[in-house]
Design a protein around this ligand. Structure first.
Ligand SMILES: Nc1ncnc2c1ncn2[C@@H]1O[C@H](COP(=O)(O)OP(=O)(O)OP(=O)(O)O)[C@@H](O)[C@H]1O
Ligand SMILES: [Mg+2]
Length: 427
């Protein structure tokens, strides 16, 4: 968690998604336009520059080779800067590595009838922080879910109110210091400063959920190349996040191994012929599989499409079983909502939506970035939700909840309202 500067109209925003398969940089300019979805006067941004390159040196969402990762970042940033005709200094960076862990916690302070001020918030939030930060970990996010004064729950911003006792329910995300430091150093080597780190599924949710989903409860499942990450949203807050080290790359490797073909061919076969569901018609279709090391020597093998799907399906089922376990261990299964929003590149596998619907018995849709101007078609798909969400975080945008608690002119209009913005600036 870093101090951040609240952005103003005309400011530049920059986001860096260091993914297991691609590294993406987006540069945008803050502008204010009418939101087409809810007619709210939302702060929004226009994307000026886009750069995305294949990631090297990232595995399971964590940097494992700093030199290689630096090269991918430099290339992505340079492409975005050239397109935007701007140079960036600060970036908002995703975090999937470092085992980000969610903690739910409660804390209480006595206020003895005085009006609650920032120092009281500091004291109550500090208690939460002390409980879960140890030498090996760092605080990434601290979300106050609910404040309660003398038994009256549902208070979003208690400052200015009076009572005897103030209690808070909070959601805190911590991650291992080592991987955070590695990302910080690699970003610095590219002459940039990591202004803030945001756990990937939270960023993805900011990009692809609509207001009702955030309020009523929805689970975002970002299916990436090396990870499948989860964020549960409820009542406008993110209440749980998790990261499973399985993604689309594992499916590709299974195909390469199972059919004795190269990883490049396996990737092509997966995207052209893959499916998470086996239907009888696929048994009759055959596809050509070039044999590893014999591409130009021997004719390709003919393999039934059903064989490819039989390789894909167990890995998808294994991943979904872990997602299910994570949600049920989260303690938020009841409020996770009836809705799952799949995003990330691997959510585009045909049949994925249907298999998730069948396994979870919930409404499922595939989500891609919303509320953004200037995204080229090539980067408007589910694989870019995290990066667009990082821009949303950087602008401190989302839904203008602060209006309901009385915003001042220069106060941020963040999804989580003034308190979260205050935490991000001060805590
Ligand atoms: N049409 C498609 N069908 C199936 N899989 C696809 C399709 N398009 C992309 N993928 C898979 O999506 C994965 C990449 O997704 P994404 O770009 O979201 O990952 P990432 O952000 O780099 O990785 P991570 O978030 O795990 O660190 C790859 O494994 C790729 O094979
Ligand atoms: Mg990703």
């Amino acid at each position: 968690m870093r101090n951040k500067i609240i952005k103003q109209k005309g400011d530049l925003l920059a986001a860096l998604d260091i993914g297991s398969t691609k590294t993406c940089c987006l540069i945008a300019r803050v502008e204010k336009v009418k939101d087409q979805i809810g007619n709210h006067d939302l702060p929004k941004f226009s994307v000026l520059g886009i750069g995305h390159k294949a990631s090297e040196g990232v595995r399971g969402g964590a940097i494992v080779d700093m030199e290689a990762s630096e090269i991918s970042i430099r290339r992505a940033v340079q492409a975005a800067e050239t397109m935007a005709k701007e140079t960036i200094g600060n970036v908002c960076v995703n975090l999937s590595g470092g085992a980000p862990t969610s903690h739910s916690l409660g804390a209480e302070v006595s206020i003895n009838g005085h009006r609650i001020v920032d120092a009281d918030l500091n004291s109550i939030l500090g208690q939460g922080k002390m409980a879960h930060i140890d030498d090996g970990s760092e605080l990434i996010h601290l979300f106050p879910i609910d404040f309660c004064i003398d038994g009256h729950r549902g208070i979003k911003d208690p400052r200015g109110m009076s009572g005897q006792n103030l209690s808070a329910t909070m959601h805190m995300v911590t991650a291992l210091s080592g991987p955070i430091r590695n990302s910080t150093v690699v970003v610095e080597r590219c002459h940039l400063r990591a202004e803030s780190f945001v756990v990937s599924p939270y960023a993805s949710g900011l990009a692809c959920l609509v207001e009702d989903e955030m309020d009523l409860g929805a689970t975002v499942v970002d299916m990436g190349g090396g990870t499948t990450t989860i964020a549960i949203f409820f009542d406008g807050n993110v209440v749980f996040t998790d990261c499973i080290p399985l993604g689309g790359k594992h499916i590709t490797n299974d195909i390469a191994r199972g059919l004795s073909t190269s990883v490049v061919n396996a990737e092509r076969i997966k995207t052209l012929h893959g499916n998470a569901f086996l239907s009888p018609i696929e048994d009759r279709e055959t596809i050509e599989i070039p044999q590893i090391g014999e591409e130009n020597i021997s004719p390709p093998n003919l393999v039934a499409k059903s064989k490819v799907i039989q390789i894909i399906q167990p890995r998808v089922e294994e991943t979904l079983a872990l997602v299910r376990e994570s949600i049920s261990n989260s303690g938020f299964e009841g409020i996770a909502g009836h809705r799952i929003v799949l995003t990330g590149g691997a959510s585009q596998l045909p049949g994925m939506r249907e298999i998730v619907q069948e396994k979870f018995k919930k409404q499922v849709r595939v989500g891609k970035p919303l509320r953004v101007n200037g995204l080229a078609d090539s980067v408007s798909g589910p694989a870019f939700s995290t990066c667009v969400g990082l821009l949303s975080y950087a602008i401190d945008t989302g839904f203008d909840r602060s209006k309901t608690i009385g915003s001042g002119q220069n106060e941020p209009t963040g999804m989580l309202g003034r308190v979260s913005s205050w935490i991000r600036e001060n805590f």
